[in-house]
Write a protein that binds this ligand. Structure first.
Ligand code: RIB
Ligand code: CA
Length: 313
């Protein structure tokens, strides 16, 4: 039985690869819908990009919704410096032919979870947590009905990427992240500690390009665009690949390792706002509210990703 998932996303080249990986895995994952959120770039571009990606995968049947256009409290911070002005610069993808769904993405999340059997829907979050935080505030009853939230976000041993203390997804909307971390929903976190180990080296990108299909070429063009900023910043042999680790975790959790511990979001200090304060060594008595993953098997990840991308058009 395929696991039912809703993907909440701010595509974003790495988000796009995550969506493709999910759509290439129908035996394991049933993508119920995709909800765009403001993050990497503005909401309109992210919603357009999500539709471009489902059409690239040959899945125009996947409904795409627009969620929130700004964080719960703070002003929107975007990342065009990484992703380009459209948020999906690199590949030459046609304008989408499918329309956005008319329902607000937050209401779609609430209605879908409330209509489903409790514990049957997993939320995969690839961007700021605004839509999930707003859904939990608008309809708190969803908290005990969500099977799991698997999120790309946060950092602890690897420290921040948008500030010295904070990872981008959490930094953009720390209040939403705080609502999510306090919700009681089972949470699994794929932080920078993991994604910085998952590096898109030239050899790995060449293997994807060598698939010879449209999706392989598009992913190659996406990642060779978005890698520029990180290669210059970190000086590594490959840029970190963030969001597809969320989907890879659902497909092959044995690729990752971490522990159940307490994670709290800094929402007050301007110096460390958006930091994920991870009690990895259990030095406090705070409730262990998340599975915080710290290591990932990069070779195993890219083997999985490349094999699955080969299945797409
Ligand atoms: O910090 C990495 C995260 O921020 C990824 O989700 C990337 O897409 C950006 O949203
Ligand atoms: Ca993202």
């Amino acid at each position: 039985m395929a696991r039912k998932i809703i993907i909440d996303t701010d595509p974003g080249q790495d988000d796009a690869v995550a969506i493709l990986l999910a759509l290439a895995s129908p035996a394991e994952l049933e993508v119920l819908g995709i909800v765009a959120v403001a993050g990497n770039v503005g909401l309109e571009h992210n919603a357009t990009n999500a539709r471009k990606v489902v059409e690239l995968a040959g899945r125009p049947d996947i409904p795409v919704y627009a969620g929130c256009s700004r964080p719960m409290r703070r002003h929107l911070v975007t990342a065009e410096h990484v992703h380009g002005p459209t948020g999906l610069d690199g590949p030459d993808l046609p304008e989408p032919s499918i329309a956005l769904q008319p329902q607000h993405g937050v209401d779609y999340i609430i209605d879908t979870i409330m209509a489903a059997e409790p514990g049957t829907i997993t939320l995969c979050t690839l961007g700021p947590l605004t839509n999930i935080g707003m859904a939990l505030v608008k309809q708190p009853a969803i908290a005990e009905r969500i099977a799991e939230i698997v999120m790309m976000g946060g950092a602890y041993f690897e420290v921040g990427n948008i500030t010295p203390a904070a990872e981008f997804n959490i930094y953009v909307d720390p209040e939403a992240a705080d609502v999510v971390m306090r919700s009681g929903v089972p949470i699994t976190i794929l932080p920078l500690d993991v994604t910085h180990q998952i590096q898109s080296t030239p050899e790995r990108l060449a293997a994807i390009r060598g698939l010879g299909n449209k999706s392989g070429k598009a992913v190659y063009d996406m990642l060779t665009f978005s890698e520029t900023f990180d290669l210059a910043k970190y000086g590594w042999s490959g840029a970190p690949l963030h969001d597809p680790t969320v989907i890879a975790y659902l497909l092959q959790p044995e690729l990752f390792e971490g522990r159940h511990c307490n994670v709290v979001i800094e929402t007050a200090s301007e110096l460390t706002i958006g930091m994920t304060v991870v009690d990895y060594w259990h030095v406090t008595g705070r409730v262990r509210n998340a599975t915080y993953l710290r290591n990932g098997n990069a070779d195993g990840f890219f083997k999985l990703l490349t094999e699955r991308l080969a299945r797409l058009p």
